[in-house]
Design a protein around this ligand. Structure first.
Ligand code: FAD
Ligand code: DLZ
Ligand code: SF4
Length: 507
């Protein structure tokens, strides 16, 4: 009996499990549906990227001889959901058998399991660690530290290994990697692609249907198929990888990409595979084109952090995104949606998110994430914002980064301590503070950088929880040595700032 082979918008890999198990006569089902396009208000560039890549992937499958039942968003009989499209296609083709690859969000896994058809859900083997591998690794450990998981992944892949030893004698070269941004950035940023006919058609559709969502649709420059994504990868390896390590944590107002790869949207949608990316990076090192600190740092992000985050998401289960151990309840401030702010770092990070559907790791972690955490914003709202605004965002990778790493809402599963900082860190790593309405050196008063105020306010609010963490104890000692009147002023100024924020004033 013929079967339906479901391919989702982030499963655009020729070797995706469902496709590998397909046989001649099976029907490939792909569908642009309102439910997926609107469960959060996705950035229009993200929707356009996924739809365009889906259409090209479907065409590629058809060329290879597959029968593809493709639903466009504006098809009149589009049921609006993945389960609805499966039922419709099952009826049309007279089958009740469906083969799918496990989706990257619990929400959709549950929806597929509820469809009254005979579903076979295959593991997504595009990842290095299966759920089982991660469970085995996690079992019996008091703390799930990424660094140890990463070493296992190095051994498993053989990447940057010399026998059973790490290349260069060290697993991790991060101490070489935290340089502030240089004034002169060499390099042209990520490779950009002019929209072809398929992309143009999608842009018209997305503009009409999702033009009111936060985010600029134009100019659209993403790669939308594997050939283009591979060109973007090669461009990164040649032009940026050698400096990736040194400036990985740096931020510049007028240079949005620095030496980052800007490939996460391609990798997560299936246009690239982790192995080809890491092999290309390792070859660059072995050929003497890129230094070890850059290549090790880059490979760690992919076989370390990325795989680890996915492991945590599936280990922790569907209610992970509702965790809120710090009991933060503030509504996400309007400035996250482009509302006016005098804080230049936030204004620049949100502006580039609006135009590019991209911000690099430190902008996400130490500017927007840091501010939301210090201000005590409800982590679920923060999570939904990140899920909506970045082109690479799917819950399996976004939620552990936001709920865990950035907001500490999971109580320390991902990070042993919260990622918080005063303005000083942002000043050291960026050029944002020059030209800001606030003074990063001022600790109290009208001009005081809000990060300076909120930093102490956060630490004092959560003193009981954090004072016992060795790497935080020093901060509490500093506070305890500060003059009492000064401490009161800091907390009063912080409270005043939060009142103005809640009242919707421009802060
Ligand atoms: P580079 O800096 O060039 O890194 C190379 C690759 O490493 C990335 O493409 C990505 O695949 C991987 N990587 C790096 N860091 C991480 C990480 N922490 N977790 C998983 N993969 C990583 N990444 C997503 O793919 N989707 C998300 O929704 C997402 N949300 C995030 C939210 C927050 C609050 C934070 C702090 C980080 C988030 N990240 C997310 C991780 C990281 O910021 C992005 O992967 C990275 O910025 C993508 O840009 P790039 O391709 O230029 O990455
Ligand atoms: C993100 C997304 C969007 C915007 N639209 C679609 C769609 O119309 N059809 C589809 O199959 N997939 C889409 N996706 C990706 C899914 O939301 C994704 O597969 C799940 O969130 C699981 O990761
Ligand atoms: Fe951001 Fe403070 Fe610097 Fe202004 S002074 S850019 S608010 S860190």
């Amino acid at each position: 009996m013929k079967r339906l082979i479901l391919i989702l918008g982030d499963q655009l890999s020729p070797d995706i499990a469902a496709l590998k198990s397909a046989e001649p006569g099976d029907i490939i089902v792909m569908a642009e549906v309102a439910d997926e396009a609107s469960y959060v208000p996705h950035h229009p560039k993200k929707i356009a990227f996924i739809f365009a890549a889906m259409r090209k992937f479907a065409a590629h499958l058809q060329d290879a001889g597959w029968q593809v039942a493709y639903t466009r968003l504006d098809d009149p009989d589009n049921s609006g959901s993945i389960p609805g499209e499966l039922l419709r296609r099952a009826d049309q083709f007279g089958t009740d058998q469906v083969i799918a690859t496990e989706p990257g969000e619990w929400r959709l896994i549950q929806a597929l399991n509820d469809v009254p058809l005979k579903l076979t859900l295959l593991p997504d083997d595009r990842f290095l660690a299966s759920h089982h591998d991660f469970e085995i690794w996690a079992e019996g450990r008091k703390q799930l530290r990424m660094e140890y998981f990463y070493r296992d992944m190095r051994r498993k892949t053989g990447l940057l290994m010399e026998g059973d030893k790490p290349a260069g004698g060290q697993w991790n070269f991060d101490h070489d990697n935290r340089k502030p941004a240089p004034k002169d950035i060499i390099g042209s940023g990520p490779m950009q692609f002019a929209p072809d006919d398929t992309v143009q058609e999608v842009l018209a559709l997305v503009g009409a249907r999702f033009g009111d969502n936060f985010g600029d649709l134009h100019p659209f420059w993403f790669a939308t198929d594997t050939t283009e994504a591979r060109r973007a990868l090669t461009h990164f390896i040649q032009t940026a990888l050698p400096r990736f390590g040194d400036y990985q944590d740096a931020m510049l107002a007028e240079n949005r990409f620095l030496y980052h790869a800007v490939i996460s949207m391609y990798l997560n949608a299936g246009l690239l595979h982790w192995r080809e990316i890491c092999d290309a990076a390792e070859t660059a090192w072995r050929d003497g084109h890129a230094p070890l600190n850059a290549v090790e740092g880059f490979i760690r992000q992919i076989i370390g952090w990325r795989e680890y985050m996915r492991g945590i998401y599936f280990l922790e289960g569907p209610e992970y995104t509702t965790r809120n151990v710090l009991n933060h309840t503030r509504t996400l401030p309007a400035l996250f949606w482009g509302g006016e702010t005098r804080m230049r770092c936030l204004s620049k990070a949100v502006e580039q998110t609006r135009t590019e559907a991209y911000a690099h790791h430190i902008q996400r972690l130490m500017v927007t994430g840091n501010f939301a955490l210090l201000a005590g914003v409800d982590p679920h709202e923060v999570h939904e914002w990140y899920l909506a605004v970045y082109a690479d965002a799917y819950e399996w990778v976004e939620a552990p980064n936001v709920i865990g790493m950035s907001q500490f809402a999971d109580g320390g599963i991902v990070g042993s301590k919260p990622y918080v900082s005063s303005g000083n860190y942002i000043d050291r790593m960026s050029d944002y503070c020059k030209g800001c309405a606030y003074d990063v050196k001022a600790k109290t008063g009208e001009k005081a950088c809000p990060f300076n105020l909120l930093y102490w306010d956060f630490l004092i609010r959560h003193r009981e929880r954090f004072v016992g963490i060795p790497r935080m104890a020093q901060m509490y000692r500093t506070w305890d040595r500060m003059d009492e009147t000064r401490c009161d002023t800091v907390l009063q100024d912080a409270a005043g700032f939060l009142i103005r924020l809640d009242a919707g004033q421009v802060v």
